[in-house]
Write a protein that binds this ligand. Structure first.
Ligand SMILES: Cc1ncc(COP(=O)(O)O)c(C=O)c1O
Length: 418
């Protein structure tokens, strides 16, 4: 007879029921009235006016940046940023092996060659591994701040400076994250952000590029914001002004209703992040005590956005219990939000990076990555169990239940062996 208390083996779950346990973004009455007001005002904006101007101005002042350009998605923001930085055939761009694939896929469409580099134990780009991959054709280094934990920007900026390379950020997980007060997204030539659904700053769907560089700004406009914006904002004396009507022919504008959602959210972003910081401290402290679990630690002066809280599992501390079994047991205790990252994975595991030819015949960069190429990223990804970080006071009890549930599984891990 089975006597285990674990829910996976027939015991009572710590958290009963199937209720949704996390939802984002927080939609308030203010959000609804902002969207309704925008609906009455305008649902299509061709220039930098109205809610587009208001949100771009707010993003600039929030980050202390000279320019921001809103886009239809984070993928579009990345595409515009790379095109604006003139990355194309013959250029190598060092990118994280461990990231969401859209950090890299726009480079394939521009014909630039992504050179994948491994991550360090935090999950973000390892400056040492990046440095080993620099060649005479390298033009830029791209960093993703994984799960909202800022990457090692001091070392990466130093590396880029020493080699005369552009430093670019994919800050899609990390709105409002900062290092010694300097916001993520302001460390390099430009940064791209997603504002898709669960992102710390959400528009539902949308994105933006940040830059202090006028030339990059004009080219971002030319890439995906043709005609009016280019005619109004690029100086008539600029050599590319004659292209203002068509730009590069792509239309990547944000929807005004999405911009209204993001503008409403931005006003509360810091409050949300401060509350997440408090909750994450408790979660990391309690979960980090458990054998087999490593919780993130932040260096002094670092603020995370806590897009996710990645717990790294060390199976050797639990007699080799497979991560999948541990995860199943945690889910069975009612922690429905405990997630093993799927499509955000080492890119060498994806067919597009092993052989892009069948889908992208025009890409001649010759990628042929294989499983096993990025051992640190692959081990980290395989052993990650990611939790959301709540921000509401009323979710404290749920956080305690998650801590109890994970603690219970680990205390009884022997029941899961064999
Ligand atoms: C790191 C990262 N980059 C880029 C993107 C793409 O953003 P979007 O979905 O808004 O196109 C995502 C989205 O999940 C992401 O996580």
């Amino acid at each position: 007879m089975n006597t285990s208390s674990l829910a996976l083996l027939g015991g009572q779950p710590v958290i009963p029921g199937r209720d949704r346990q996390f939802s984002w973004p927080p939609i308030t009455a203010d959000t609804a009235s902002a969207v309704a007001a925008q609906l009455a005002r305008s649902v299509s904006i061709y220039d930098r006016s109205g809610v587009v101007e208001d949100l771009e101005d707010s993003l600039c002042s929030y980050h202390g940046s000279a320019h921001s350009v809103l886009t239809s998605s984070g993928t579009a923001a990345l595409h515009s940023m790379y095109a604006a930085c003139d990355l194309g055939p013959g250029d190598e761009v060092i990118v994280p092996a461990y990231t969401f694939f859209a950090t890299v896929t726009p480079l394939l469409h521009l014909g630039a060659t992504p050179v994948l580099a491994d991550c360090d134990e935090t999950g973000s780009l390892d400056p040492m591994d990046a440095s080993r991959r620099i060649t005479s054709r390298t033009k830029a280094i791209v960093v993703t701040h994984m799960w909202g934990l800022p990457a090692d920007m001091t070392r990466l900026a130093d590396l880029a400076d020493r080699h005369g390379l552009m430093l670019l950020e994919d800050a899609s997980h990390a709105h409002g994250a900062a290092i010694n007060g300097r916001k993520v997204g302001t460390f390099g030539r430009a940064a791209a952000f997603s504002m898709n659904g669960p992102k710390p700053l959400s528009a539902g769907e949308g994105g933006f590029v940040l830059t202090d560089d006028d030339e990059t700004y004009y080219r971002v406009l030319l890439h995906g914001q043709y005609n009016k914006r280019c005619r109004n904002e690029i100086p008539t004396t600029h050599p590319l002004y004659p292209f203002a009507v068509t730009g590069m022919g792509l239309k990547l504008r944000i929807h005004p209703l999405a911009a209204a959602i993001a503008l409403d959210q931005l006003a509360r972003l810091d409050t949300y992040l401060d509350a997440r910081t408090t909750m994450a401290e408790v979660m990391c402290q309690e979960l980090g005590k458990l054998p087999g679990i490593v919780a993130p630690t932040l260096a002094q002066g670092v603020r995370a956005s806590w897009y996710g809280l990645p717990l790294i599992y060390q199976s050797e501390e639990l007699d080799g219990l497979p991560v999948q079994r541990l995860h199943e047991a945690i889910l069975a205790e009612g922690c429905h939000e405990a997630d093993r990252p799927g499509s955000t994975c080492p890119l060498n595991l994806l067919p597009l990076f092993q052989n892009p030819q069948p889908l992208l015949p025009a890409f001649s960069g010759g990628l042929s990555y294989e499983p096993g190429d990025f051992p640190v990223a692959e081990a980290l990804w395989r052993n990650t169990i990611k939790l959301p970080v709540w921000h509401r006071e009323e979710d404290r009890a749920l956080i305690d239940q998650y801590i109890d549930a994970i603690g219970k599984v680990i205390a009884n891990y022997r029941d899961l062996l064999g």
